[in-house]
Design a protein around this ligand. Structure first.
Ligand code: SF4
Length: 349
């Protein structure tokens, strides 16, 4: 059994009949989570015989890193493979003493947003808690020594709120290293998932991928809107409990001549009225292969859109995505892609 996706309490419980002394379970959990041990062998304060027993009965296996691609802006895109040879990607964005790690929750995505390469490639499978924690451990270990503060964003491949069982377990483990206020779950608007998050005793931050101010246009680019209409979604978001000082993030991918008019900015401002929030404006990352008809607006249009939101009293950041030169930017993650994915599986059979 792999222990990296288990909490310290679960590890202590699982090891009860294996260890020689009561305190060992927590000692071993400390090695696994606080010191990010990769093997039982390196747990130098355990008796050798116990280390051998642990290695025979348990595992600390992490995903395999198939590829690391470093962008000119310093971010790194990782391609991971797991036991069944499914692949997925993660992105690490160090910035001085802090870093943001963008994590995946699935190996593809069935939600099918039309501006997203992951969506264009179709559904994959849910990542397990072990796999999600594994990608965190690998990217965390690679960060420069000066990085002290790490933020985690589930904005990589897949819709995290369609994988709540494994996500909940992964969060319980990640909370041992990272405060909930430094973890953000980004959703396309899965209403039952947002309600699930609202009930969590320790809640990460919520980000909603909004992308259009009305039902009609949102449905055009985000088919999930048919199932979870915008009015119901906004009512759910309004009811989401917020700890003191927290805000909900609204992400807004700006697409030329589709949702980038000043009147759209004003409509977004009206839609979010009264919600403690921040709006991330993300100029579209174009992709000539998967959605050639969608274009990024000019810098002037992006600036005017952001200004109109600010004039309406909104907190706004414009996020020119990092890692665009290595296809690591928002909406560009694809693992090996569905065709390559099946080829990869065949090669390993
Ligand atoms: S934007 Fe997110 S939810 Fe939409 S298709 Fe891409 S990965 Fe899935």
């Amino acid at each position: 059994m792999n222990l990296i996706g288990k909490t310290s309490a679960e590890i202590a419980q699982l090891l009860q009949s294996t260890v020689d002394r009561d305190f060992r379970g927590h000692q071993i959990a400390g090695w696994i989570h606080q010191r990010a041990a990769r093997t039982f062998e390196e747990m130098s304060n355990l008796p050798k015989a116990l280390r051998e027993t642990l290695a025979a009965e348990f595992s600390l296996a992490e995903p395999e890193i198939l590829e690391r691609v470093v962008s000119s802006d310093g971010s790194t895109k990782y391609l991971f493979a797991v036991e069944d040879r499914e692949t997925f990607e993660g992105v690490s964005m160090p910035d001085g003493g802090k870093a943001t790690l963008c994590l995946s929750a699935q190996t593809g995505c069935a939600v099918g947003c039309t501006f997203c390469v992951t969506g264009a490639l179709g559904a994959g499978r849910n990542l397990s808690a072990t796999e999600m924690v594994g990608q965190y451990r690998l990217m965390r270990r690679d960060l420069p020594d000066e990085v002290e503060r790490v933020n985690l964003v589930f904005m990589g491949m897949g819709e995290p709120l369609l994988n709540t069982t494994h996500l909940g377990q992964a969060l319980a483990v990640l909370f041992e290293r990272v405060s909930p206020k430094r973890i953000t779950i980004s959703t396309a608007g899965i209403i039952p998932g947002i309600r699930w998050m609202a009930e969590l005793p320790r809640r990460p931050k919520l980000a909603l991928s909004l992308n259009a101010p009305d039902q009609k246009r949102r449905q055009e680019i985000m088919p999930i809107t048919r199932r979870y209409p915008l009015d119901q979604l906004m009512a759910t978001v309004r009811a989401f409990p917020l700890e003191r000082g927290r805000r909900i993030t609204f992400e807004y991918v700006l697409i030329r001549d589709f949702n980038d008019h000043i009147s759209d900015a004003e409509a977004v401002a009206r839609l979010t009225e009264g919600i403690p929030s921040k709006i991330n404006v993300i100029p579209l990352n174009e992709d000539a292969e998967h959605f050639p008809e969608l274009k990024q607006p000019s810098r002037d249009v992006v600036d005017s859109f952001a200004r109109a939101l600010r004039d309406a009293g909104r907190v706004v950041t414009v996020r020119w995505s990092k890692g665009a030169d290595v296809a690591a930017a928002c909406g560009q993650l694809k693992g090996l892609g569905s065709t390559q994915r099946s080829r990869q599986v065949q090669e390993h059979n």
